[in-house]
Design a protein around this ligand. Structure first.
Ligand SMILES: Nc1ncnc2c1ncn2[C@@H]1O[C@H](COP(=O)(O)OP(=O)(O)O)[C@@H](O)[C@H]1O
Ligand SMILES: [Mg+2]
Length: 327
């Protein structure tokens, strides 16, 4: 299951073995207790425990993050916060304010769980009925929603930062098929993946498209996106950026964003839209499970670097020995 921090746990296990640090795995791998006595350190889920509680909470809150970044002069996609009736105690959500948003953004809005991840329940809406449906669904299980203007995103880049330095930078390329004038969107999509991945793909396509769009023949040479979202969990592929101006630009913006939130270890997603790079979101829990399918060694290196920051080690390649933590 992509949600479980399997790779992170494997990297932590290897790190602890190499550095002779005791490791106690609890709660089916969600809670890790490293070291003991004076040097005890806790990891919970994707929270490696490097960030302050307030930085973690702000990063988990898309509306708070965008407000703080805007106030700090860091370009960010605006996200308006709406609380569920179960939280406000008022019987109905603030429909009037929400519907005004539709009027001021005729090209559309994106509605999402304010504390969501992995693209789940992130929905494009263009009408008030769609907006109400999307919010009702989110409020059934969540406490709050964030609403952003729908942007034409030309590019999305993730920068995984540790103490102001980029550990991994990659573009997210959305899955695309090219028509041949013979096959449907569904068939072209299926042809592009191995048999064992086809049922997962079909489930994703059913969420993205209605039946007639899936069955329609794509004209020769025309391209169709298989997901409008840039999440790897929805089929986007990571393309590593190891150097160059794009990496520099995105890293500089991510660094400004991390500084504004006062966060040490985070993944910062930046998007090119309306002719400028802007921050879409910051994740305090650095989820690298899907990236690990493409670049397992980088995921391990990044986890090791974060753990070195916790245990006060020098970067790898230094002559420093393992930390003095008893097994
Ligand atoms: N305002 C927006 N305009 C256009 N696309 C968006 C917008 N917000 C999100 N998306 C798309 O949806 C994806 C998931 O949204 P995001 O805010 O990152 O939520 P999550 O935390 O669930 O990944 C993004 O990668 C992007 O492709
Ligand atoms: Mg995202």
């Amino acid at each position: 299951m992509i949600n479980h921090p399997h790779r992170q746990r494997a990297a932590v296990t290897r790190y602890c073995k190499e550095r002779r640090i005791a490791l106690d795995v609890r709660e089916d791998g969600w809670l890790l207790v490293l070291g003991n006595g004076r040097e005890r350190h806790l990891i919970f889920g994707y929270d490696l425990g490097l960030n302050s509680a307030v930085a973690h909470r702000i990063a988990c809150d898309k509306a708070a993050t965008s407000a703080l970044l805007a106030a700090s002069g860091v370009p960010a996609v605006p996200h308006a916060l709406f609380l569920a009736p179960t939280v406000t105690g008022v019987s109905a959500p603030a429909w009037t304010t929400m519907l005004e948003l539709i009027e001021t953004h005729p090209t559309g809005l994106v509605v999402k769980p304010n504390e969501g991840t992995s693209g789940r329940a992130v929905t494009r809406v263009r009408t008030s009925a769609e907006l109400k449906d999307a919010l009702t669904q989110i409020f059934e299980t969540g406490a709050s929603a964030a609403i952003a203007p729908l942007l034409e995103i030309a590019d999305e880049v993730r920068v995984i930062m540790l103490d102001g330095a980029p550990l991994i930078v990659y573009r997210k390329l959305r899955p695309v098929v090219t028509g041949d004038g013979l096959h449907s969107l569904r068939d072209l999509a299926l042809q592009a993946v191995p048999v064992e991945q086809q049922s997962r793909l079909l489930r994703r396509l059913a969420v993205e498209f209605d039946a007639s769009t899936l069955q329609a023949i794509i004209p020769q040479g025309e391209q169709r996106l298989l997901s409008w979202r840039h999440n790897l969990e929805f089929g986007a592929q990571p393309v590593l950026l190891t150097e160059g101006p794009l990496r520099e630009t995105c890293t500089a913006l991510a660094r400004d964003a991390a500084r504004a939130v006062d966060i040490r270890y985070a993944s910062v997603d930046v998007v090119m839209a309306d002719g400028q790079w802007q921050v879409l979101e910051i994740n305090s829990g650095v989820k690298m499970e899907a990236l690990g399918e493409y670049a397992p060694e980088l995921v391990e290196e990044a986890t090791f670097a974060a753990l070195d920051a916790i245990f006060g080690c020098r970067p790898s390649g230094s002559t420093a020995g393992p930390p003095d933590i008893p097994q």
